[in-house]
Unconditional design. Structure first.
Length: 169
């Protein structure tokens, strides 16, 4: 079994529902979720006019090889209505393979670690929750060191459930 890190994101429709459904689909396909970060809300990267994203990172265990896991992630995205028409455009579900056993790969359609993860606070903040000791395989820096170089002010915890009315003491 191999360990991997997967980022989840959504900014269309039932954003939280898409994250949960994506995780359930991965689980049904035999990918075991070991740790799951909180959900964060962030402003979109890309074309203007998009709504905010919900982002999360999962530490998973799988028997799939990296290319097979990526193929599964893309299939789950498509099953959730993801249509790739515009780079960095809005999406129902985005699943990114961030890391796979610390491997460095440069294949057509698959680069590990994810080529932009070190530039994205909305990935590094939740990644730190599920893999606090993770180090970037190419740069040798910890997730915390990478995050210190970024502005993480726009990465806000998101409450999935309404806590309800205040109860009397």
């Amino acid at each position: 079994m191999a360990r991997a890190l997967v980022a989840l994101g959504s900014n269309l429709g039932d954003r939280a529902g898409y994250l949960l459904s994506g995780l359930a689909a991965l689980s049904r396909a035999g990918v075991r979720v070991l740790r799951l970060s909180r959900v964060y809300e962030t402003e979109p990267v890309g074309p203007p006019g998009q709504g905010p994203y919900l982002n999360q990172v999962a530490a998973v265990e799988t028997e799939l090889e990296p290319a097979e896991l990526l193929a599964l992630l893309l299939a789950v995205e498509r099953a959730h209505g993801r249509v790739r028409t515009e780079r960095y455009g809005p999406r129902t579900l985005d699943l990114d393979l961030l890391d796979y056993e610390g491997r460095i790969l440069d294949l057509p359609g698959l680069t590990l670690p994810h080529p932009r993860l070190h530039e994205r606070a909305f990935v590094l903040v939740p990644l730190l929750e599920v893999a606090p000791g993770w180090r970037h395989p190419r740069f040798g820096k910890s997730a915390r060191e990478l995050l210190l170089a970024l502005d993480a002010g726009g990465v806000r915890p998101y409450l999935l459930e309404d806590p309800g009315p205040d109860l009397p003491e």
